[in-house]
Design a protein around this ligand. Structure first.
Ligand code: DHB
Ligand code: FE
Length: 279
C-alpha cells in the first residue's frame, strides 16, 4: 500500500511568482520568506515522495461564481497554470497521477463526500507557486500530482469540521491505494489576510501562531470556530487555513513538527510554512 510521508502547508501569494521571475529571493523584503523553504526542500530530499496530493483553493481561474463546487478533485493527465491577471509568467504544467486520482475519487464518494471530478483543470497561483517553491525549476517537477480544490470564494463555505473529515478520508484513501508510491500532502492558503473591504490588510499574528501550534497536537481545536468566526479572526481570505486543516487531517496518527516558519507580511498576507510527519 502507498505511504504518506508527511505534509507541507504553506501560504500562497501571487507576488511570490513575480519575485521568483525577477530573482528577488535575496532582497531584504523577500529573504525571510524564501529562506523558510530550504528546510522543507531538505526534508523532501530525505523523504523522497513520488506523488503530491495538493489541497488548495482556486481563486476564479478554473471555477467561477456561476459554478462553484465545494470540493473538487482533479483526474487529468496534466494540469496547466494560466494567466490570472496578476502579470506573472505562467509556470510549466504538472503531471497528474490518474491511478491515484480515480482511487481517491472512488474512496471519497464511497465515504459520502459528493465531490466534483475534473478531467480538465487549470491550476492557479495557489497550486503552482507553492510547488515551484518546493521543487524549483527549471528542472521538471519530480512528483506526480493530484489536485484537491476547496471552495473559499463563494459562501457558503465548508465548515472546519467538514474539511478535517475530508482530510481524514483522503488519508484513508491514500493508505488503501494499492501502490508502493510515497505520497506527500501539500496544503496551501492562509494564514490571516484580508484583501479588500474596510479591514483590508488585516493580520492576526497571535491567532496564526496559536493555530500553527494547535495544528500539530490538537487539530480539532480550530473546529470550535464557525466560518464567520474565522473571517472575524483571520480576515476574509484567512479562511484559506481550511487547506492546512484538511492536509493535517490526512496524516495518520500523531504527528511531529519537522519545521515551521512565519513571516509578516508578504504582500497583504501573514505567511506561514509548516512541515509535519506522522510519529
Ligand atoms: C494575496 C494573497 C492570497 O492568498 C491570494 O490568493 C492573492 C493575493 C496577497 O496577499 O496579495
Ligand atoms: Fe489565496
Amino acid at each position: 500500500m502507498a505511504t504518506i510521508v508527511g505534509s507541507i502547508t504553506t501560504s500562497h501569494v501571487p507576488a511570490i511568482g513575480g519575485a521568483i521571475a525577477k530573482k528577488r529571493q535575496q532582497e531584504p523584503y523577500w529573504k525571510p520568506f524564501f529562506d523558510g523553504f530550504s528546510a522543507a526542500r531538505d526534508w523532501l530530499a530525505t523523504v523522497k515522495p513520488d506523488v503530491a496530493v495538493v489541497v488548495y483553493n482556486d481563486h476564479g481561474l478554473n471555477f467561477f461564481l456561476d459554478k462553484m463546487p465545494t470540493f473538487a478533485v482533479g483526474a487529468a493527465p496534466e494540469y496547466r497554470n494560466a494567466d490570472e491577471g496578476w502579470g506573472i509568467p505562467a509556470l510549466p504544467p504538472h503531471r497528474g497521477d490518474l491511478d491515484l486520482s480515480w482511487h481517491l475519487i472512488e474512496s471519497l464518494v464511497a465515504e459520502e463526500f459528493d465531490i466534483t471530478t475534473c478531467q480538465e483543470m487549470l491550476i492557479d497561483h495557489a497550486f503552482a507557486l507553492p510547488m515551484e517553491l518546493l521543487w524549483p525549476g527549471p528542472a521538471p517537477c519530480p512528483v506526480r500530482t493530484v489536485p484537491v480544490c476547496i471552495n473559499t470564494v463563494q459562501f457558503p463555505l465548508p465548515t472546519p469540521a467538514r474539511c478535517f473529515k475530508l482530510g481524514l478520508a483522503i488519508g484513508r484513501a491514500i493508505e488503501s491505494w494499492d501502490s508502493d508510491a510515497r505520497v506527500v500532502i501539500v496544503g496551501t492558503g492562509g494564514l490571516s489576510h484580508q484583501l479588500d473591504g474596510q479591514r483590508a490588510g488585516f493580520i492576526n499574528r497571535e491567532f496564526d501562531l496559536l493555530f500553527m501550534e494547535k495544528l500539530v497536537g490538537d487539530p480539532l481545536w480550530v473546529t470550535r470556530y464557525s466560518i464567520p468566526d474565522l473571517v472575524e479572526l483571520t480576515g476574509t481570505q484567512g479562511v484559506e487555513l481550511l487547506m492546512w486543516l484538511t492536509a493535517r487531517g490526512a496524516l495518520p496518527g500523531d504527528v511531529n513538527k519537522v519545521h515551521s516558519n512565519y513571516h509578516v507580511p508578504i504582500s497583504n498576507t501573514a505567511t506561514g510554512l509548516m512541515v509535519l510527519e506522522s510519529i
